[in-house]
Structures are given as C-alpha cells and as structure tokens.
Design a binder for this molecule. Structure first.
Ligand SMILES: [Zn+2]
Length: 151
C-alpha cells in the first residue's frame, strides 16, 4: 500500500506493551513496514488472524501450506464500545476512546481502537468501512494497527 496512512507518535509509551511472540513476530514486523499481514492458506486462500491451521482441509506438517501475506488493511466496523473510563492509568489521557472489532475484507476479526474525527455514535454506525492506520512508535520500536472510518 503506497498510500498507507501513518501516524508517528513521539509520546512516551506508558501502556502495556504489544504481546509479541514467536507466532506473531512476522505480523508485528509487517506493521513496522506499514504492511498489514494475515496468515493465509496457500491451498484454499482462507485468511486467519491470529495464526492457525486452515480449518478447511488437512494441513501440511508444520503448516507448510500457510504463510504471512499482505492484506488489504480494509474492513467494516463489526462492533464497538466507547470507553469513558481508563482501565489502565496509561489510557487516562485517551478517554473517551473507541475500542472496535473490525471484520477484515479477508474475513478475520481483529480488535483495535479507532482514530480520526469520524467516530461511531450508535448501533446504526456498525458496518461502516474502515481502513488501517499505522501508528509508529519510533522510540519504542513498534507500530500499532489503528483503524479509521472512511467513506
Ligand atoms: Zn485452506
């Protein structure tokens, strides 16, 4: 995606750190390159997040039939919750903020927070189109996937 939306945050990070492990390290590395990766089946094309064996058929040993591939970064607002209380002190300056479940074009559901001026207000806002925004944290060396409502 050449026109990827990027936010560069210089704010000191005082929230829990992303839970990067052996199974999702490639996903987090992709975010740093402003690519939204999904775990895809090379046999049938199904997309997964988080990493999983394909549910549609037998899999090759060690998931050799699966690979991380760049996805669209687009989806629809599946559900959301407007937070007016900080459940961790690090979120105190963010409230109110919108925690959302995004149904990606490729199928998987991911959770994130919404950025931008357009915020959902009620149940009729479910189903709106969203796209990923990469939030770089250069001091900490990670990038978070946020989403924004688009027309
Ligand atoms: Zn498959």
């Amino acid at each position: 995606m050449s026109d990827a939306k990027v936010i560069v945050s210089q704010e000191p990070w005082n929230k829990p750190l992303p839970n990067v492990d052996q199974d999702n390290a490639a996903f987090w590395e992709g975010l740093k390159r402003h690519k939204f990766l999904l775990w895809r089946c090379r046999t049938c094309g199904a997309a997964y997040w988080p990493k999983a064996y394909c549910l549609n058929h037998d899999n090759a040993p060690f998931a050799e039939n699966m690979a991380w591939e760049e996805a669209s970064g687009r989806g629809k607002l599946f559900a959301f919750n407007r937070h007016h209380a900080a459940f961790h002190p690090g979120f105190k300056n963010d409230i109110p903020y919108t925690y959302a479940l995004i149904e990606l074009e490729e199928g998987p559901l991911v959770s994130s927070t919404l950025v931008g001026d357009k915020q959902p207000k009620d149940v009729y806002d479910v189903g709106q189109n969203v796209e990923v925004v990469y939030e770089d944290h250069p001091a900490e060396g990670f990038t978070l996937p946020r989403f924004r409502i688009v027309d």
